[in-house]
Design a protein around this ligand. Structure first.
Ligand SMILES: C[S@@+](CC[C@H](N)C(=O)[O-])C[C@H]1O[C@@H](n2cnc3c(N)ncnc32)[C@H](O)[C@@H]1O
Length: 274
């Protein structure tokens, strides 16, 4: 089953503008794992469910070719608009039917996307396209997010938690109660002897407060509320922004805050023989 929630052009534009991607440091962990495996090579990396391509681009300097794949033409259009290196390209394809030969890919990544796929069909497909000793990396962020600003960070985070709680009823049922559980179960069930599980990796970046609000507005739960009740969605986000500004004692939503987001990830190396 495929869940298609990322098809609107406006949603894709929001993704391009506000989407967080894993940090270079986190991508570095993936590359380090990949490199530590025997006979690893860096010819082709495939980023599945690439969206507007921010994470895909991070792989560019490390592989001869990088291909981002996604089921959404609107997301791919955004990704293609912003590609500025010759070795990164994009293809429209379902995660469950990847357009690559058997045993041809060195690294398959999914960044905040695996939970939307048909999990077992995707894992079979990743296994098919990976070279022996090729690696699979499943990354996702959690709702453990922190805003830091002066001495009011605790108050800011209370307000942010209210934002997430208001969006919780709009979480897509396909996701189940916890993405972390899904990924951990997937990790436990992977029949790859060389594998790693990490659930406590913080990515921090400085962003205007408007960037944080834009990022939450790009979440599928906010988009679901926006479709159901646009007025309520706008009211909620404006109210949260106002309260955050008030706690920070500033008037401009361009004021910079530090945003921290906790990631978890699973890394696994396909054995040489099935
Ligand atoms: C939450 S977004 C993440 C995008 C990007 N990787 C990022 O980190 O910003 C999930 C992406 O997965 C794509 N997607 C969902 N189901 C898919 C499927 N079955 N096959 C391919 N792509 C899919 C969506 O179109 C969307 O672009």
């Amino acid at each position: 089953m495929a869940v298609r929630l990322f098809e609107d052009k406006e949603h894709a534009a929001l993704y391009r503008k506000y989407r967080i991607s894993p940090s270079e440091e986190l991508i570095g962990k993936v590359l380090q794992f990949h490199k530590s495996n025997k006979d690893s090579s860096n010819n082709l990396a495939v980023d599945v469910g690439c969206g507007s391509g921010q994470g895909t681009l991070l792989l560019g300097p490390h592989f001869t070719h990088v291909v981002g794949t996604d089921i959404s033409p609107a997301q791919l259009e955004m990704a293609r608009k912003h590609v500025n290196v010759p070795n990164v390209s994009y293809r429209e394809s379902p995660a469950e039917e990847l357009p690559f030969e058997d045993g041809s890919v060195d690294l398959v990544t999914t960044m905040s996307a695996f939970h939307w796929f048909d999990h077992s069909r995707f894992l079979q497909e990743a296994h098919r396209v990976l070279k022996p000793h090729g690696c699979l990396a499943l990354l996702n962020y959690t709702m453990d997010m922190e805003l830091s600003y002066g001495d009011c960070s605790e108050t800011l985070n209370h307000i942010c938690n209210e934002f997430y709680a208001a969006l919780q009823p709009f979480r897509n049922p396909y996701l189940g109660p916890s993405s972390l559980e899904l990924y951990k179960k997937t990790y436990d069930s992977l029949q790859y002897p060389v594998k790693e599980w990490h659930e406590n990796f913080w990515v921090r970046k400085t962003t205007p407060l408007s960037g944080y609000i834009g990022m939450v507005e790009s979440f599928s739960a906010f988009q679901a509320l926006l479709k159901k009740d646009p007025e309520e969605a706008r009211r909620l986000s404006q109210d949260i922004e106002k309260r955050l500004l008030c706690a920070m004692d500033v008037t401009s939503s361009e004021t910079e805050v530090i945003m921290g987001i906790k990631y978890f990830y699973c890394l696994a190396c396909k054995p040489a023989k099935d």
